[in-house]
Design a protein around this ligand. Structure first.
Ligand SMILES: C[S@@+](CC[C@H](N)C(=O)[O-])C[C@H]1O[C@@H](n2cnc3c(N)ncnc32)[C@H](O)[C@@H]1O
Length: 169
């Protein structure tokens, strides 16, 4: 499979997983967070699928397309390690998140540690039943209370997007 084939499959799986999360979470009150705003492509899809929810995006840079940029008060800029060390962000989001979308992979060794760094800091933000979607596989810690869900029945077999659900308290 070429890298282009693999990229296309991943994007199709990403869209399918966001759509699944939107079905599962329909009508559920709470906040959505996205790590890895990039140019805002997945944000624009989240915006369409969750029109009534607040969506907060995190990235080190604002390079979003003007048509798919969150309002300034819904955009948190900085290195994840720094913004997730800020107690104000924990106060703001603790126990309120119904969906966390991680789209952070860049093909460097950072990919092996950054998703776990994020979950280690934000697992307390997740409501019971919350969904975590990730472009990178997570090495789960018991304290995070996340269960992997196999989306393959609904998503093209072998497609690479990872889905987890926060266990009930
Ligand atoms: C694959 S791109 C996101 C694509 C985006 N979701 C889209 O659909 O347009 C990954 C993004 O994660 C951000 N990122 C990766 N590691 C980061 C870190 N440690 N701190 C802050 N931002 C990071 C990068 O700046 C980049 O914009």
């Amino acid at each position: 499979m070429s890298r282009l084939d693999s990229h296309i499959r991943q994007k199709i799986a990403q869209r399918a997983c966001i759509d699944l999360a939107a079905q599962w979470l329909a009508g559920e009150p709470g906040i959505i967070v996205e790590f890895g705003l990039g140019t805002g492509r997945s944000y624009s899809h989240l915006r369409q699928r969750f029109p009534r929810h607040d969506i907060f995006c995190f990235d080190r840079l604002d390079r979003a397309h003007p048509g798919s940029r969150p309002p300034a008060d819904h955009l948190v800029l900085g290195e994840f390690s720094q913004v997730l060390a800020d107690p104000a962000n924990h106060t703001r989001f603790a126990g309120q998140v119904i969906l966390a979308h991680l789209d952070i992979g860049n093909g460097t060794p950072e990919d092996d540690v950054v998703p776990e760094l994020i979950l280690d800091r934000v697992h307390g933000w997740l409501k019971p039943g919350a969904i975590v979607l990730s472009d990178l596989d997570l090495s789960l810690e018991p304290a995070w209370r996340l269960d992997p869900i196999d989306p393959e029945a609904q998503v093209e077999p072998g497609a690479r997007y990872y889905v987890y659900r926060r266990l009930p308290d």
